[in-house]
Design a protein around this ligand. Structure first.
Ligand SMILES: [Cu+2]
Length: 237
């Protein structure tokens, strides 16, 4: 809508619709900002710390800049130039970077598999689908394509391999991403904290149909997962 000066201004309802769409996006099955797993919770915290930390320092620097612009030249600053240079130019960045490094290393370490898992699943990437191989308590093996089932609160280790090129396993709502590299088996720990259906996606360009290399993840209550497992291995009701 154009105002009296001919400038185009978005209507309030348009802005409200855009804001609503953005918030709905946070609730999508692919949202890393609405985490449903321990790894994703740690990653979401790193995101918020980085965003609000950056906003805080931007506001601080803007305040200094405004003070410098509008300060009367006759008004004394009260702080020596040397202190400003050493404090603001050396000490402050050093303290912030060291704090971020310690926080980042601690958070990164928490994403690694620690302690023995409750469940192990073999994940094999192909151009362009995912193969999930389970071992039932009776030792029977079975596989699913583009469909991953996980029990709530369990520590699940995914051993990720590939049959062809490099792919990358990623369920944004549940945890971090990990590459599938030819000749290697990489282990990603997931620990779901909420039941529901989530989306997974290959996060490494792996050929013409890469964008279609998606899969569904279903997180069940532990008893429901055991019942599902029994039906898959032919021991169900
Ligand atoms: Cu891929």
């Amino acid at each position: 809508m154009a105002d009296s000066r001919g400038l185009i201004r978005p209507h309030r309802s348009t802005l409200a619709a855009l804001a609503a769409l953005t918030l709905v996006g946070c609730q999508s099955p692919y949202s890393a900002l609405h985490p449903a797993g321990q790894g994703a919770i740690d990653i979401a915290w790193i995101t918020w710390v980085m965003i609000f930390g950056a906003l805080f320092f931007m506001a601080l620097m803007s305040a200094f800049w405004l003070h410098a612009v509008y300060r009367r030249q006759s008004q004394p600053l009260g702080v020596s130039n040397r202190l400003l240079l050493i404090g603001g130019g050396l000490a402050l960045p050093l303290v912030v970077v060291v704090l971020l490094l310690v926080y980042g290393v601690r958070s990164g370490h928490s994403l690694l598999p620690q302690g023995s898992p409750d469940l192990e699943i073999r994940v094999i990437a192909h151009q362009w689908f995912w193969h999930f191989e389970y071992e039932a308590p009776n030792g029977e093996r079975f596989a699913l394509v583009d469909e991953l089932h996980l029990p709530l609160d369990a520590r699940v280790d995914l051993h990720i391999e590939t049959r062809d090129v490099i792919h990358s396993f990623w369920v944004p709502s549940l945890g971090g991403k990990l590459d599938a590299i030819p000749g290697r088996s990489n282990t990603l720990r997931l620990q779901p904290t909420r039941t529901g259906q989530f989306g997974g996606q290959c996060a490494e360009f792996c050929g013409a149909r890469h964008a279609h290399m998606a899969f569904d993840v279903f997180v069940h209550e532990a008893a429901d997962f055991d019942a599902w497992l029994a039906t898959q291995t032919g021991n169900g009701p």
